[in-house]
Design a protein around this ligand. Structure first.
Ligand SMILES: [Zn+2]
Ligand SMILES: [Zn+2]
Length: 136
């Protein structure tokens, strides 16, 4: 794994655009990540969505998400290391670390970089990986 550039996982600006349905993060290394909120919702790293102790989570059952469930209502900073979105259905237990948000950046450049290094990319049919759940 190449080590990330300085500031690569350090957000300079976080902007939730509820009308557009996106979350934009500008990183201190100059990169910008735009997450469609539905993508973000699918990535929810909480124990309920992802499962724990080897058990599948709710998202592993490939539910069809309702409008409420992908509607970003609010987003809170968790210390210096993560954000916790609140969704239209009241779900708010997912802490998305900046490191994981940068690692999962869905932009063309990062997707190509991950493909080059063999790192799984977003949009794979199954998302049974627990990449986001490893925060200690
Ligand atoms: Zn969740
Ligand atoms: Zn990117």
């Amino acid at each position: 794994m190449p080590s990330p550039a300085p500031g690569a996982t350090d957000p300079a600006r976080i902007h939730a655009d509820r009308a557009a349905g996106t979350l934009t993060i500008a990183w201190r290394d100059g990169h910008e990540t735009v997450y469609p909120t539905i993508t973000l919702r699918w990535l929810c790293p909480c124990a309920y969505c992802r499962g724990e102790a080897g058990l599948p989570g709710w998202l592993d059952s490939a539910p069809s998400l309702t409008d409420d469930q992908v509607r970003l209502v609010d987003i809170a900073l968790v210390g210096q290391y993560a954000v916790a979105p609140t969704w239209g259905d009241g779900h708010h237990t997912g802490f998305y670390t900046f490191t994981s948000l940068r690692e999962m950046c869905p932009c063309a450049q990062c997707t190509a970089d991950r493909a080059a290094t063999g790192t799984p990319t977003l949009g794979a049919a199954n998302h049974s990986g627990h990449e986001l759940g490893g925060t200690r």
